[in-house]
Ligand binder design. Structure first.
Ligand code: E4P
Length: 273
């Protein structure tokens, strides 16, 4: 399974890539806002174009998803092409994020605008990461339209199931892959019992129909969920930096280090200098 960093902070992206095992970056408008707001609050002046170029350069050789902010077919396609033409020459690694369905309250968009945009961009060899996937059928249609990546938002499904059932939670809390049982019934959303279950169902559908799109498990909030995404067969997991760090953490590893370093023979250190 490939590991992407889910962040628009250059400092975090640099730190993650310094590990040597990173395979890409995903951003979204909210992540970009957090990154820019943080720098602005520190008194730094941001040239957004240069900032995005830095992200692309740090991640050179691996995909970086940049999202459209328009929400009708024509406008999404126009904006996607502008983003691609402006930024892909930097490091040849831009993927365009298109929502599966851009309709929301107040938006004059059509249910099929996302799919139409994916189809047109993919046909022009602009790679698309289809975002905001919450059902296997959305994923199937995105893949049929030509998306290179489909992004099920695992954590947000877990959040939704918990909030629909009045369960208090913190964003990073673990949600069991097999779901939460109450009164001998599993809590679910339209046949999906957890974010990981959603990922697993999509992987199964794609395998059954030989779909070439890669399943990018997104919105993962802890290391155990990343492990379960791998077990479910996700091609990619995109993770915040704190989760990437958690992947290499264990209490006994830390404890073992303390013991080994405490036991070091001075002669051994001398010998190996
Ligand atoms: C990545 O592509 C998504 O935008 C991101 O993982 C969403 O994560 P969140 O649900 O934690 O905001």
């Amino acid at each position: 399974m490939k590991i992407f960093i889910d962040s628009a902070k250059v400092s975090e992206i640099e730190e993650a890539f310094s590990s040597g095992f990173l395979d890409g970056v995903t951003t979204n408008p909210s992540l970009l806002k957090v990154a820019v707001d943080e720098l602005t609050a520190r008194g730094e002046e941001i040239d957004l174009a240069q900032y995005i170029e830095r992200i692309l350069t740090v991640a050179e050789g691996t995909p970086v998803s940049l999202e459209v902010t328009e929400y009708t077919y024509e406008r999404m396609v126009e904006q996607a092409k502008r983003i691609y033409e402006r930024f892909n020459p930097v490091a040849n690694n831009v993927y365009i994020k298109i929502p599966i369905n851009p309709v929301f309250n107040g938006a004059e968009a059509d249910e099929f605008d996302g799919l139409k945009a994916i189809k047109e961009l993919s046909a022009e060899n602009i790679p698309v990461n289809c975002t905001l996937i919450f059902t296997p059928e959305q994923a199937l249609l995105a893949a049929k339209a030509g998306a290179a990546f489909v992004s099920p938002f695992a954590g947000r499904i877990d959040d939704y199931i918990r909030s629909q059932n009045d369960i208090q939670f913190k964003k990073e809390d673990y949600f069991p892959a097999q779901g939460i049982w109450r009164d001998e019934q599993v809590l679910e959303d339209n046949g999906v019992v957890s974010g990981i279950d959603l990922v697993e169902q999509i992987v199964e559908v794609f395998l059954r129909y030989d779909m070439t799109a890669e399943v990018l498990a997104a919105s993962l909030r802890n290391a155990r969920q990343a492990r379960e995404a791998a077990l479910a067969g996700a091609d990619i997991a995109t993770l915040p930096l704190y989760v990437i760090k958690d992947l290499v953490s264990h209490y006994k590893t830390r404890e073992g280090m303390e013991k080994f370093i405490g036991d070091v023979l001075p002669e051994y250190v001398e010998l190996t200098k």
